[in-house]
Unconditional design. Structure first.
Lengths: 235, 463
């Protein structure tokens, strides 16, 4: 049975994103229709250039579609102003990058606090929210450190805490284990699954590692040349 | 994002590139300092000119002469025959005691006094010296001429005291300072009105000018030699202004005393030719009013009484225009350095965009709106402008002090009184800092909007 539209965290209809590169038009996302239910853990799988990161950026509201629609909780991102998209990124979305993207001169505490500052959260509330997020990723003891003093795994956990601190409903992860060794990568994946299960948070993860996707995600969407090649729930 | 968070983030960013931002701020400070130093010089010179001119007593003074004889002033009769405010020109009247009393009773008139100068012989230690004595009103004490007096000013309006002009004091003694407290004897010719039968059979020492009475004018006067002992209380370098006559005496005595002496003056033939019999008749009177703003009304009233007047009020207006243009030019030259400094701000912030490209991308991914990024760069530019403005004002003030110090050193070596060449009033401090922040914010417009428009996807890809 087709679910009601209200149950979808993210939904796209004939979503297209084309780039002009000189005389060539690159169809990074080409006529993609996809629906992700709230609370799902979805892996976007595909090789380099398949369009999975572009699709993730469109879901984050960092990029705008060339045509088609993309809804987050039924609000069309394609028609939003840049202010509204910023609010969408601040309140609905948490993002984790492959390269962690922590600000090197800030301590972990300041890095995790940053989304709260941008959202205008009251100072008194910030400390408890930062500690709550740090404890969830088991990094409370390292909050006074700067990113350069931490291992890759710890940095990615800090980035995860930063993504969670605004209590978003959708967590987007772009190759979160790409810069980590296998054991540390598994740690991060376990954390993501724990977050998905305990908080009921929708997770969309871009990866090119099929075994890991099959091990942790509920559903794998395989992309190729900007289109969905296959879309199936893991058995 | 809240203002405080914006300020904290901007402060952190400024501290991260400390050397570059400090140099940019220093550039602004130098620009502001040059502006402040230039304008402080303009303001200081204007203050100095105003102070000197108001001390000179020329701008709260009206010079009055009988209309028939205005040309005796020896100055262009620019305003003398203009109608008064009431439109009517009263018939010419003699400038005598009654006229003086009437003018004294006009509103806003502080003082009315004649110009009294007469040639005399001074006896000092048995030696005679020829010179000119001048009466000085007590109000002249506040004038700049007595600022550098050695000794003291007159103790009263009719005190038997004298202040010597330095050149004359040097004639009396090689060490003029030793003259203070010593006595001189003034030998002068006193006018005495002739009794109706007098004029014939006068004593040998008296000269008569009786003849004028025969033609129905003033009865004339006789001249009697007199002596007056005066104590030297002060010595002055400069001479106080004495109306449009310009020249003053070298022996200064209180004006009341000078009037009391009734010494015969060089222009006394006027009293013979016209005037009220038995009453002092003046060639001119100086009227001091409460301030330059009262000059016009009093001048009109005196014209209405039938006298010619002259004041220098128009000259002060011209002076104000000259200084406004002067300040404008100084301001333009001073601002040039600040314009150059603003290019430094643009350069620094554009460099910061390149350096912080990825960071801007991260901030946008975490929820920063274009507006937040724009404001962040604006605040950074504004903080640099504020700090540069504050340091610049301090530096400009120091330069002003240095100019004052140098100028006063120069004046001191030439035995001239110290003066304030450069002045930094509060309005200049506030305006310079506000201007610095304004210029910095204007310089931040381009970098801030460029940073705000960065594509976050591109920025996050940037290594």
């Amino acid at each position: 049975m087709k679910p009601a539209t209200g149950d979808f965290a993210v939904r796209t209809e004939r979503l297209t994103r084309h780039y002009q590169m000189g005389a060539t038009v690159v169809r990074a996302v080409n006529d993609v229709t996809l629906a992700i239910r709230a609370g799902e853990f979805v892996a976007l799988l595909g090789s380099s250039g398949s369009g999975k990161s572009t699709l993730l950026n469109l879901m984050a509201g960092l990029d705008r579609p060339t045509s088609g629609s993309i809804f987050a909780h039924e609000r069309n991102l394609a028609t939003m102003t840049s202010e509204e998209l910023a609010r969408h990124r601040s309140r609905t979305i948490g993002i984790v990058f492959q390269a962690f993207n922590l600000l090197p001169r800030m301590t972990l505490e300041e890095n995790v606090e940053l989304p709260l500052r941008l959202a205008g959260t009251e100072r008194a509330e910030r400390t408890s929210r930062v500690h709550e997020a740090a404890e969830r990723v088991r990094l409370a003891a390292r909050l006074a450190h700067r990113p350069g003093e931490l291992s890759g795994g710890e940095q990615q956990r800090a980035a995860l805490a930063r993504a969670l601190v605004n209590r978003p409903s959708i967590l987007l992860a772009d190759e979160p284990t790409g810069n980590l060794d296998s054991a540390t990568g598994d740690e991060i994946m376990l954390l993501l699954r724990e977050i998905n299960e305990s908080l009921g948070m929708t997770i969309v993860m871009v990866t090119h590692e099929r075994p890991r996707a099959e091990r942790f995600a509920h559903r794998i969407v395989q992309m190729k040349d900007g289109k969905i090649e296959s879309d199936g729930e893991r058995l | 994002m809240k203002i405080r968070d914006l300020g904290e983030l901007a402060g952190r960013n400024l501290r991260e590139a400390l050397l570059r931002n400090s140099l940019t701020t220093l550039g602004i400070a130098v620009g502001v300092a040059s502006l402040v130093a230039m304008l402080s010089l303009g303001v200081g010179l204007q203050d100095l000119a105003n102070q000197r001119l108001s001390h000179s007593g020329l701008f709260d003074a009206i010079f009055v002469a009988p209309r028939t004889n205005f040309s005796a002033f020896g100055r262009p009769a620019r305003t003398n025959e203009e109608p008064s405010a009431s439109g009517a020109i009263a018939p010419p009247r003699p400038l005598d005691e009654d006229a003086r009393a009437a003018i004294e009773h006009l509103p806003n008139v502080n003082e009315v006094y004649p110009e009294i100068r007469f040639p005399t012989e001074v006896q000092f230690r048995g030696n005679p010296y020829s010179t000119v004595v001048a009466g000085v009103p007590m109000s002249a004490r506040s004038g700049g001429a007595f600022d550098a007096i050695k000794g003291v000013f007159f103790s009263g309006p009719a005190a038997d005291e004298t202040i010597l002009q330095i050149d004359f004091a040097r004639e009396l003694s090689e060490q003029p300072d030793t003259l203070l407290g010593q006595q001189i004897v003034l030998t002068y010719a006193e006018r005495q009105p002739l009794p109706p039968e007098a004029g014939k059979g006068s004593s040998a020492g008296e000269a008569s000018s009786r003849g004028a009475a025969d033609v129905g004018m003033s009865p004339g006067f006789s001249v009697v030699p007199r002596e007056e002992n005066l104590r030297i209380v002060g010595i002055v370098e400069t001479q106080p202004a004495a109306g449009f006559g310009g020249a003053t005496g070298r022996v200064l005595i209180p004006l009341r005393l000078a009037e009391k002496l009734r010494a015969a003056q060089t222009n006394d033939f006027r009293e013979i030719l016209g005037g009220t019999p038995g009453k002092a008749n003046y060639q001119s009177l100086t009227v001091r009013v409460t301030g330059p703003s009262a000059v016009k009304d009093v001048e009109d009233a005196i014209k209405g009484m039938g006298y010619s007047t002259f004041s220098l009020l128009d000259a002060t207006d011209n002076l104000r225009i000259v200084f406004a243009v002067f300040d404008l030019l100084l301001g333009i030259f001073g601002s040039l350095a600040l314009v150059v400094a603003s290019l430094g701000i643009i350069n620094t912030l554009v460099m910061a965009i390149l350096e912080r490209r990825r960071e801007i991308g991260v901030l946008k991914a975490l929820g920063a709106a274009d507006r937040d990024i724009r404001r962040l760069f604006f605040v950074e530019a504004g903080v640099m402008g504020l700090l540069g403005g504050i340091f610049g004002v301090a530096l400009g003030w120091t330069i002003g002090r240095a100019m004052n110090f140098g100028a006063n050193l120069y004046l001191h070596r030439r035995s001239l009184p110290a003066t304030n060449l450069a002045t930094v009033p509060w309005w200049l401090v506030a305006a310079a800092i506000a201007f610095s922040v304004g210029v910095s914010l204007a310089a931040g417009i381009y970098p801030a909007s460029r940073a705000a428009q960065l594509d976050p996807v591109e920025a996050l890809r940037y290594e």
